[in-house]
Design a protein around this ligand. Structure first.
Ligand code: GLC
Length: 583
C-alpha cells in the first residue's frame, strides 16, 4: 500500500464529482455532433491504452491476454472512449515487456492467436471502437530470425548489414565501437561471439542488449516494415502507435556523442527519418477509411516535434510536455500555449496524455511535493506521497485534458485512480531498467500492476480466483478501486470519466477546434470552447468565485459556498455552460 492511502476511496472525502448538474447536459444532443462527423475521427479521439499483460487474464495463467481483453470490450465501449491502443502483443521473449519483437506478424502464445486478434478487431469495430496497434521499428528481439541469421552469417554479410555491426576499438577490438549509452543503462554496444567461439563484432542497441537496432539505411529493412504495415492494415487495424519515432535513422558513421556539438544528437531526430514517415503515410493513405499514426516522441523542442506532423508525415504525436509539467497553473498554461502554437502551422491536432506504461502513475506524481516527471525515477522513488491530494489533482487534470483542443490518451487504470505500486519486492521486478541499472532506477513495474476488476481480495477479478497474476502485488486497498466498486458509485473517478467522455462526445465545441483564454487569477486556468463551453481549473490554495449561479456541467470535486457565492476550491476543475454574459 502506498503512503497516505486512507480516505481516498471513491465517495470518501469531499463528495467528489457530484456537484450540481453532474451528468449529461440535457441541452446537448447525445449523438456525435455533425461538425465532428465531417472530419477524420482521429482529430478528436480519446483512446485507451491497453497493456495486454496487465489488463485481464482470460485463461487463468496469470498473464493478461486477448481472451480477457475481448471479454472487457463492452466495458471500454461503456467508458466512452473511441478506441484502443494496444501495447505490443507480438511474439516476444518479453525481455522488455513485448517491446522486443521476434515476429511482427504473429501474436505471442501468452496472449492468444492471430485468429483471435482478428476476432478482437471485428468485435471492437462492432462496438464502435477503433484499434491502434503498437509498431516497434527501431529495434527487434535478439530472437528475431533476421538477427539470428546475422549472428550466423558473419562479418561483412548482407544479413549483418540489416543491423549495426562494427568491429570494436582498442587492442583485440575489446572496446565498444562508440560511446553511445543505452537508455536502459550501460553502453549501447554489446559484443558477440562469432561462430568459431571467439569474441567478435559489436552490435548497437539503444535499449536492452536483447533489442538490437535495425539499420534503416538498409532497403530490406524498409521494405520489411512496409510489408508489416500492410499486414496489419489488411487485418483491419485503424492505425499504429510508433515506438521511439525519432530513433530509427542514425547520423551517418555513428559518430561519438562526446564532443558532438551538433543538433540533433547523432542517434535520433535525423533528417532522413522524415522520408521513412512520408513513405509510410502513402501506405496508410492507400487504404480506405481514416487510418492513422500516433508518434511516441520525447522531443522537448516544439518546432522539432511538429516537423513529424507535417501534412505528408504522421497524423498525431503524444504530447509529453504536459505529462512532464509540475502541477502549476503558469507551467500548464505555457505548455498548452506552446503546444497549440507549434501544432498550428502543420495543421495537426494536439494529443494530450497524462500517463502511460513507462511513467509514474498520475495520482502518485501529483501527490508529491515535486509533481513533475523526469526520467529520474531513482530520485523520486519512495518520496512521500499524499494520495488524497494526488487524486484530487488527477481528477482535475482529467477534466482539463478532455476539455483541451485535440485528442487524448488514457492509460489503463488511470480511470480507476490507481497509484504507482512502489513496494514491489526486488525479486518480482522485471523491467530491464531495474536490472540494467543494478537497481538504482527501480523501473516501470509499479505502473504495470494487473488491474483490479472486482471482488474483495487479490487478484480482484484480474483472472479466475486462485490464478496468481504475473506481478502479484496488487494492494489490498484496491478493493475500493476496482471497476465493480466504482461503476455506478456516485463520485467515483470512473463515473467522472464516464460522464466527462459522454459530455465530450456529444458537445460540438470539444475535441479538435479553437479555445479562448479568459482573464483569470494567476492560479487559475479559465478558457472557453465554441458552443457555450467553459473550463476552469484552480491550481492554487484559495477558492475562486464562479459566476452566480454557476451553470455546471461537471465538476471534479465538491464546490464550496463562500460569502461571495459558489466557489471552486483548490485542485478542482469545473465544466460550465457558458454564455457571453459570464465571460
Ligand atoms: C518505448 C516504449 C517503452 C520501451 C521502449 C523501447 O519508449 O514505450 O516501453 O521500453 O520504447 O522499445
Amino acid at each position: 500500500m502506498g503512503p497516505g492511502v486512507e480516505g481516498v476511496g471513491p465517495g470518501v472525502g469531499t463528495d467528489p464529482g457530484v456537484g450540481p448538474g453532474m451528468g449529461t447536459d440535457p441541452g446537448v444532443d447525445d449523438r456525435r455532433p455533425a461538425a465532428r462527423e465531417a472530419r477524420p475521427w482521429w482529430r478528436d479521439a480519446v483512446l485507451y491504452q491497453v497493456y495486454p499483460r496487465s489488463f485481464a487474464d482470460g485463461n487463468g495463467d496469470g498473464a493478461g491476454d486477448l481472451a480477457g481483453l475481448r471479454a472487457r470490450l463492452p466495458y471500454l465501449a461503456g467508458l466512452g472512449v473511441d478506441g484502443l491502443w494496444i501495447s505490443p502483443w507480438y511474439v516476444s521473449p518479453l525481455a522488455d515487456g513485448g517491446y522486443d519483437v521476434a515476429d511482427y506478424r504473429d501474436i505471442d502464445p501468452l496472449f492468444g492467436t492471430l485468429d483471435e486478434a482478428g476476432r478482437l478487431i471485428g468485435e471492437a469495430h462492432a462496438l464502435g471502437l477503433r484499434i491502434i496497434v503498437d509498431l516497434v521499428p527501431n529495434h527487434c528481439s535478439e530472437q528475431h530470425p533476421w538477427f539470428r541469421a546475422a549472428l550466423a552469417a558473419g562479418p561483412g554479410s548482407p544479413e549483418r548489414a540489416r543491423f549495426h555491426f562494427r568491429p570494436g576499438r582498442g587492442p583485440d577490438g575489446r572496446l565498444p565501437p562508440g560511446d553511445w549509452q543505452s537508455h536502459f543503462g550501460g553502453p549501447a554496444w554489446s559484443r558477440i561471439d562469432e561462430a568459431d567461439g571467439r569474441p567478435g563484432e559489436w552490435y548497437l542497441h539503444l535499449f536492452a542488449p536483447e533489442q538490437p537496432d535495425w539499420n534503416w539505411d538498409n532497403p530490406e529493412v524498409r521494405a520489411e516494415f512496409e510489408s508489416v504495415l500492410r499486414f496489419w492494415l489488411d487485418r483491419g487495424v485503424d492505425g499504429f502507435r510508433i515506438d521511439v519515432t525519432d530513433h530509427l535513422v542514425k547520423e551517418s558513421g555513428l559518430p561519438d556523442s562526446a564532443g558532438h556539438h551538433g543538433r540533433p544528437d547523432p542517434w535520433r531526430d535525423q533528417e532522413g527519418v522524415h522520408q521513412v514517415y512520408r513513405e509510410w503515410r502513402q501506405v496508410v493513405d492507400s487504404y480506405p477509411g481514416d487510418r492513422t499514426f500516433v508518434a511516441e516522441l520525447w522531443e522537448n523542442h516544439p518546432e522539432r516535434f511538429c516537423r513529424y506532423l507535417r501534412p505528408d508525415e504522421l497524423h498525431t504525436a503524444f504530447n509529453f510536455a504536459l505529462l512532464r509539467a509540475p502541477w502549476d497553473a503558469a507551467g500548464f498554461r505555457r505548455v498548452i500555449e506552446d503546444t497549440l502554437a507549434a501544432h498550428s502551422p502543420v495543421g495537426a491536432p494536439p494529443v494530450w496524455v497524462l500517463s502511460n506504461h513507462d511513467t509514474t502513475r498520475t495520482v502518485t506524481r501529483y501527490g508529491r511535493a515535486d509533481s513533475g516527471y523526469g526520467f529520474d525515477r531513482e530520485r523520486r522513488h519512495g518520496l512521500p506521497v499524499d494520495l488524497a491530494l494526488g487524486t484530487r489533482r488527477a481528477r482535475a487534470a482529467a477534466l482539463l485534458t478532455l476539455a483541451l483542443p485535440g485528442g487524448a490518451y488514457l492509460y489503463q487504470g488511470e480511470e480507476l485512480g490507481l497509484w504507482e505500486v512502489e513496494d514491489i519486492p526486488d525479486r518480482l521486478r522485471q523491467d530491464p531498467v531495474w536490472l540494467r541499472t543494478n537497481g538504482v532506477d527501480r523501473g516501470r513495474d509499479g505502473c504495470r500492476v494487473p488491474l483490479p476488476w472486482s471482488g474483495d481480495r487479490p487478484p480482484f477479478g484480474f483472472g479466475p480466483d486462485g490464478a496468481r497474476p504475473w506481478l502479484d502485488v496488487q494492494p489490498d486497498a484496491w478493493r475500493e478501486f476496482s471497476v465493480a466498486a466504482q461503476l455506478g458509485a456516485p463520485g467515483s473517478l470512473l463515473e467522472l470519466y464516464r460522464a466527462a467522455l459522454r459530455l465530450r462526445g456529444a458537445h460540438p465545441g470539444l475535441g479538435d477546434g479553437p479555445m479562448c483564454w479568459l482573464p483569470s487569477e494567476p492560479q487559475v486556468l479559465d478558457f472557453t470552447r465554441p458552443g457555450g463551453f467553459r473550463c476552469l481549473v484552480n491550481f492554487g490554495p484559495r477558492p475562486v468565485p464562479l459566476p452566480s449561479p454557476p451553470d455546471v456541467l461537471l465538476v471534479s470535486g465538491g464546490l464550496v459556498q463562500t460569502a461571495e457565492g459558489t466557489a471552486l476550491p483548490a485542485d478542482t476543475a469545473v465544466w460550465l455552460r457558458h454564455t457571453l454574459s459570464t465571460a
